[in-house]
Design a binder for this molecule. Structure first.
Ligand code: SF4
Ligand code: SF4
Length: 314
């Protein structure tokens, strides 16, 4: 089960609910269920949940925030994030780097969030969690989703009178776009989680996952300036969009990672590459066979020599 809840005060939206089950209300909700909640500068706890937090950043969060700040992905990653592992796996990711003096988000002020319209996914979900069984790696076409509330004791938002349906709350927070943008990336992490650490993932594969998930500028260079296009078939229209459109590039990176890390369909290797690989394997096999034949012949000759020696000795 994937919990896409955020609880900014205690855990990230990639953490599991069972880590802190007492704050998760044991009721399955739908988009039509009701919620009484409001978060605004008048609440006594205002911005409390922007401190002492772990905010995991998704590739989409990074893209949107670094555009907002007008800096490169590399600059953003270096200045505003610290490395972490995702969902208790060995998949590397990043989380927001908190300030030294107050252990708070670098974007919080007493007046509130200075990047509110572009705030990360994790800051949008609380207090409505979503459980999505599909993301656990199942290929069932039917997605089983439901919602639930996470009530942190320090959060005074629940004492406010404003009432919403879960659907209205989610629309207000703009989480549907985030769900859509983060879905495939989250699936990669959940796949890794469901495979378990017994299945090895090379260091090179982890580095590629990190690069593609955090630095789309470098991933674009990788596509256009490495032997990538000699290996994979990518049509001209897709190539054009990968050059110009960061969102397309991000979705392509998820497809590439699913293909290379988990063998998912979606990317085709060029026929000549496959032919060359088959030829290489065949030659290697031919070489191995030749060597085995030679060894066999040598053994046979040695056996004959020993037999002759034995016969001569008699
Ligand atoms: S990005 Fe904004 S909402 Fe999120 S923790 Fe920072 S200040 Fe708070
Ligand atoms: S009401 Fe809840 S969500 Fe809003 S600032 Fe307070 S703790 Fe954070």
């Amino acid at each position: 089960m994937t919990d896409t809840t955020t609880d900014k005060g205690k855990k990230s939206f990639l953490d599991e609910t069972d880590k802190n089950p007492s704050h998760v209300m044991p009721e399955k909700l739908t988009l039509d269920s009701h919620l009484k909640f409001s978060c605004h500068p008048g609440v006594s706890c205002f911005t409390a949940c922007c401190h002492n937090i772990k905010i995991i950043l998704t590739p989409y969060d990074i893209l949107i925030l670094r555009k907002r700040l007008g800096i490169s992905a590399h600059e953003f990653i270096t200045e505003h994030t610290v490395p972490t592992y995702l969902e208790k796996t060995d998949m590397p990711g990043v989380m927001m780097k908190l300030t030294q003096e107050k252990n708070g988000c670098p974007f919080v002020t007493p007046e509130g969030c200075t990047v509110y319209a572009d705030r990360p996914s994790a800051c949008r979900y609380y207090p409505v969690g979503m459980a999505d069984f599909h993301e656990g790696g199942s290929d069932e076409p039917e997605e089983e989703k439901f919602f639930f509330l996470v009530k942190e004791p320090h959060c005074k938002g629940f004492e406010e009178d404003k009432e919403w349906t879960i659907g209205e709350w989610r629309a207000d927070q703009g989480v549907e776009v985030r769900d859509e943008m983060n879905k495939e990336w989250l699936r990669l992490v959940m796949r890794r989680k469901s495979f378990g650490l017994q299945a090895t993932l090379s260091e090179a594969a982890k580095r590629m996952f990190f690069m593609a998930s955090t630095d789309l500028d470098t991933f674009r260079k990788f596509i256009f300036e490495s032997s990538f296009l000699e290996t994979y078939e990518v049509d001209d229209e897709t190539l054009k969009s990968l050059k110009e459109d960061d969102i397309e590039l991000m979705h392509f990176s998820f497809k590439y990672l699913a293909n290379t890390l988990f063998g998912a369909a979606g990317l085709n290797i060029r026929k000549e590459k496959i032919k060359a690989k088959v030829e290489e394997i065949k030659q290697r096999q031919d070489g191995v066979l030749l060597k085995a034949e030679q060894e066999y012949e040598e053994l046979k000759a040695e056996r004959k020599r020993l037999q002759d020696e034995e016969a001569a000795g008699k």
